[in-house]
Design a protein around this ligand. Structure first.
Ligand code: XMP
Length: 327
């Protein structure tokens, strides 16, 4: 049976053996709950939904239908990784939806951060609901709810983001196989399920994705500058041994330009802001001070490889007074 609450005496899952025991228990519980019915899952490629997908593939195979929506605000290589890992390696029944134009057209000219978030969230539900309506005989909806989501929604800190949101004609029974786990336990289980480290140890990534890092009204060229600079930052952090040590790191490209010079000619381009932070609870955040040599290297690479950028800045502001994201 699926547990709704984490038992008070539950041992923290810290070892592969404990993870294997949890996986075996969950597979049995999932098979009992679902039988030969079908389950739908929105698979973002984040840790929680990826672990849920891997568990369900083991439990019910092709009766799991994964939907991966590419809203154009994902990081470089992410949609490709979801397809490679889940469709090619794990043989999942995966529907890939290219909704890039749809999202970016809706967001064109929208400057207000909260309006941007609402558009992205609303459009996501619309796309997912459209895909769900095309399918027959789906009775369950799987979600990557984890125990801190439940605790925070009970404490009134945040609405439990996973619950609901779908229109009334789409009524499913919920399947939440990592509901009683803490984040670190989800990672141990993901590792035991054979998911790649890049997925299991992924840094937190906001739902609205790169959209909140392309400050102001999103344009395709500036969004590409965010995506490319983020890819360079991640690559260099990995090379310098900072991956997994720094809690979250990313780039931001604000919507203003400054003067620069290239081949003796004046340029007028955007700055790229680097932000690297450490925290335990995200309420208070300190910044990671980067080695001078790494900074020089990042400045050189980003200004020479990313179209539209002629200046690199570092955001060393803690939270408070700044939030982690710029929007
Ligand atoms: P802030 O900017 O509020 O960020 O200090 C705290 C943490 O939350 C992430 N974040 C979000 N995650 N949807 C999400 O799923 C959002 O709209 C969102 N906004 C911020 C942020 O990346 C950081 O880890």
């Amino acid at each position: 049976m699926q547990l709704l609450n984490r038992p008070e005496n539950m041992t923290r899952i810290t070892t592969p053996a404990l993870a294997e025991a949890y996986i075996a228990e969950q597979i049995a519980a999932l098979q009992e709950q679902i039988g030969d019915k079908k389950v739908l899952l929105a698979l973002s490629g984040g840790v929680d939904s990826s672990v849920v997908a891997a568990l369900l593939i083991k439990a019910i195979g092709q009766n799991l239908v994964c939907v991966h929506v590419n809203h154009g605000l994902l990081r470089k290589g992410e949609p490709e990784q979801v397809i490679k890992v889940f469709r090619e390696e794990l043989g999942a029944n995966l529907i890939y939806v290219d909704a890039v134009d749809r999202f970016l057209d809706k967001l064109a000219g929208v400057e207000d951060p909260e309006t941007k978030r609402k558009i992205i969230g609303g459009e996501f539900i619309d796309v997912f609901a459209e895909e769900a309506r095309k399918l027959d005989n789906i009775e369950f909806l799987a979600q990557g709810t984890i125990w801190p989501d439940i605790l925070e929604s009970e404490a009134g800190i945040k609405a439990h983001h996973n619950a609901g949101g779908l229109p009334d004609d789409l009524k499913f029974e919920l399947v939440e196989p990592v509901r009683i786990l803490f984040k670190d336990e989800v990672r141990v289980v993901g590792k035991a399920l054979g998911l790649p480290d890049g997925m299991v140890y992924r840094q937190p990534f906001p739902g609205p994705g790169l959209g909140v890092r392309c400050v102001g009204a999103i344009t395709r060229d500036r969004l590409e500058a965010v995506r490319e600079s983020d890819a360079i930052l991640r690559e260099e952090f990995a090379k310098w041994g900072l991956e997994g040590k720094v809690w979250q790191y990313f780039t931001v490209v604000p919507d203003f330009r400054s003067t620069g010079i290239e081949d003796g000619k004046r340029t007028f381009r955007w700055p790229c802001v680097i932000r690297a932070i450490n925290t335990t609870d995200v309420m208070e955040v300190t910044t990671e001070h980067l080695p001078a040599e790494l900074i020089d290297h990042l400045v050189r690479r980003i200004t020479s490889e990313v179209a539209g950028i002629n200046r690199v800045l570092i955001d060393y502001t803690p939270k408070p007074p700044a939030t982690v994201e710029w929007e």
